[in-house]
Design a protein around this ligand. Structure first.
Ligand code: CO
Length: 209
């Protein structure tokens, strides 16, 4: 018996459906990609990037990891950003977190989860930066939700602090970095009203001359 039968069947149906309305779709797309967006999101299976914004293949360059983190020493994520900005020349970088993120929850519950605790430590740092604001909230759910939001905002800053983004701005490249959050309970994306488009929005400590 062939394994993953279900996967192959669904793939055929999906490709046929696209070809029904646009017979040349894959042939054209195979020649080049020209996405306008870089999406940095959580690996959570409930937050599939192209699906939730209704975009076909070719429209978004995507990087995902647990809790949508952008860490200064993560060569994987930084390479994705560099390629997206300098080669694909995307116009927008979107960090998309989500409410109910298991990574965020694991970072605040103080239990041991093994190797992943080293990754989640980065979220603990976000919690520490905003601890007074978070702890002032009444319910656990409110605290959890706020940390999910603040984590996105911190990752937006981390992106803007990279040499990659700052150099792009310096050379006049148009590039906006956005923070969004997705509700797994209702399927709705919310704008966190952070949109950074130039170096003036960066604190002096992180601004390269
Ligand atoms: Co998550």
């Amino acid at each position: 018996m062939k394994m993953l039968k279900n996967i192959f069947e669904k793939n055929r149906k999906w490709a046929d459906k696209i070809k029904e309305t646009n017979p040349d779709f894959f042939a054209k797309l195979s020649k080049q990609q020209n996405p306008e967006y870089l999406w940095i999101g959580c690996s959570d299976s409930r937050v599939p990037p192209n699906d939730i914004v209704g975009m076909l293949p070719g429209k978004m360059f995507v990087h995902r990891n647990i809790a949508n983190l952008v860490i200064h020493t993560d060569l994987n994520c930084l390479s994705v950003i560099q390629y997206a900005v300098y080669v694909l020349r995307v116009k927008h970088i979107i960090v998309c977190g989500h409410y109910g993120c298991g990574g965020i929850k694991a970072a605040i519950d103080n239990r041991e989860h093994g190797l992943i605790d080293n990754w989640l430590r980065n979220i603990k740092d976000v919690y520490r930066f905003y601890q007074a604001k978070i702890d002032a909230l009444k319910t656990e759910k409110e605290k959890f939700n706020l940390l999910c939001e603040l984590n996105v905002i911190e990752q937006v800053s981390n992106i803007c602090h990279t040499t990659i983004v700052q150099k792009a701005w310096k050379t006049g490249q148009k590039l906006a970095v956005h923070g969004l959050i997705y509700g797994i309970e209702d399927g709705i994306l919310k704008d966190l009203d952070v949109c950074i488009t130039n170096i003036d929005a960066i604190p002096q400590t992180h601004r390269m001359k």
